[in-house]
Design a protein around this ligand. Structure first.
Ligand code: FAD
Ligand code: EPU
Length: 295
């Protein structure tokens, strides 16, 4: 097979053709040109041609054929967290941190904040996202969401770097209102003083809700809860737990999770999503993102 040539970045970003399955929690996805961008300068170069941004890959079903656009992965400086309180922005009640990169893994960040006794984001415990991906879809649980702890967002688009505050956006349940292609390069967090023990207790409590979730490879919940009703309950009531297409299965533990039994293809997952839509009588919005899009 002839190797597909990859461009050389003028700002020094590493560029490689790689299977995206390696970067997704479902473990599915064909090849793309991956740009590992570690500085703002590299990010600004990377967005000069059509692109998609990859976070922790924990909400993605990527086609077996991959995607034609560049796929940006935030690393280096864009995956570092400066949690030092900013003296000009912090008050006696509120800590506003330095910049936290969009590529920072959320679970490690939450553990660090817990150790520092800083509260506001502990409700997002157990979400295997990166900060940018968690902001992009306002990831959360019923105990809290990403926008609970945001002060400023730095957004990169072709030709611009802008700073926004949560008040600039019409964010809500599992949505930030940020248009596709707006890269969350860094954020400042807004936190409250608490104690490490109190934050840990809240994390443990929020984590209890995950007991019934499957442990296999998955991109999390497939559908958003329609009107506050659990989509998992609706799929379960439609008798679909354990339904299988190829290597993909609707989890017996929780019906809103599709798991990869090993060797699942994106077509297997799409077929199960179609089956759910056909059998559940209530319109449900997909929570996953399908790359390159709906089949
Ligand atoms: P990706 O999956 O990599 O990408 C998702 C979208 O975010 C894409 O559009 C991508 O382009 C965009 N994106 C990623 N990074 C950036 C960036 N820097 N700037 C702009 N856009 C970006 N979600 C919940 O809300 N609550 C839960 O309780 C929850 N539990 C989960 C449990 C498991 C086991 C798994 C696998 C997933 C779970 N999820 C949950 C789903 C998932 O973790 C969230 O949707 C998360 O926000 C995805 O973030 P990510 O960084 O992995 O983004
Ligand atoms: N239920 C069933 N059958 C199922 C699944 C759930 O009957 O197969 C019932 C449960 O018994 C419970 C109710 O539905 O009575 C709610 O279930 P659960 O507590 O699991 O919550 P959920 O609404 O299904 C939501 C989020 C999860 C988040 C948990 C915990 C959505 C789409 N899902 O699940 O988020 O982790 O609450 O806070 O909002 C995600 O978004 O990817 C995700 C995993």
């Amino acid at each position: 097979m002839t190797a597909v040539p990859v461009p050389v970045s003028r700002t020094g970003a590493r560029v490689e053709r790689l299977p995206l399955a390696r970067f997704t929690t479902l473990g599915v996805g064909g090849e793309a040109e991956v740009w590992f961008v570690s500085t703002l300068e590299q990010l600004r170069e990377a967005v000069e041609a059509p692109y998609r941004v990859l976070g922790g890959g924990s909400n993605l079903v990527v086609s077996d054929g991959g995607v034609p656009e560049r796929v940006l992965r935030l690393t280096g400086q864009l995956a570092e967290a400066d949690l030092t309180p900013d003296p000009e922005l912090s008050t006696s009640d509120t800590v506003v941190t330095g910049w936290v990169g969009g590529g920072v893994p959320l679970p490690g960040l939450i553990r660090k904040l817990q150790k520092l006794g800083l509260s506001n984001l502990e409700g997002t415990v157990g979400i295997p996202a990166q900060v940018g991906g968690a902001v992009w879809m306002n990831a959360g649980t019923r105990y809290g969401e990403m926008f609970d702890g945001l002060h400023t967002l730095e957004i990169v688009t072709p030709g611009s770097v802008r700073h926004l505050t949560p008040d600039d956006l019409n964010w809500g349940y599992r949505q930030s209102d940020l248009p596709r292609g707006h890269v969350v390069s860094r954020v400042r967090l807004k936190l409250r003083h608490s104690t490490s023990e109190a934050v840990l207790a809240k994390m443990d409590f929020a984590d209890l809700a995950r007991k019934g979730q499957p442990k296999m490879k998955t991109p999390g919940c497939a559908f958003k809860n329609p009107g506050g009703v659990s989509a998992g309950k609706l799929i379960d009531e439609a008798g679909l737990k354990g339904a299988r297409v190829g290597g993909a299965m609707i989890a017996p533990e929780h019906a809103n999770f599709i798991v990869n039994l090993g060797g699942a293809s994106s077509a297997d997952v799409h077929a199960l999503l179609g089956l759910i839509r056909e059998r559940v009588g209530v319109p449900m919005e997909l929570e996953y993102e399908l790359w390159p899009g709906e089949a």
